[in-house]
Write a protein that binds this ligand. Sequence first.
Ligand code: ZN
Length: 137
Amino acid sequence: MIILGVIIHWYLTVFVHAIYLHRYKSHKQFALSKKAERVFNIISYLITGSSYLDPTTYSICHKLHHSHSDRNKDPHSPANSKNYFDFHLVTIKNFMKVRNNIVKPRQSFIQKFASSIYSRITWIFKPAIRPFFFLPC
Ligand SMILES: [Zn+2]
């Protein structure tokens, strides 16, 4: 049952990331109404929990990644990092820089709340509050 939960959670996370953050928010490959977009954002928050990525910030960083692949302005490039850990630290730093300087003033309530430290801490108690509480992760 635990392995099944991990597999289901993994695929839901991949679905939200690939369809909502990548295909919709970054590349606008399909259209959504404002209401549907809000629903997707909430689903993204509920599925990814403490790993929630602000969709607007993700979109900007992803476009920078495509525009400047493996060059200095690429916010997510192993070519600009010393090792695996540095790669992730640089990516987080760049993500936070974009979020704090460009996106934060325009964030919706759910984006502000989901990106806050208070929200991330509440996921410690996720078995009690998460809709997929039966899932182990
Ligand atoms: Zn892309």
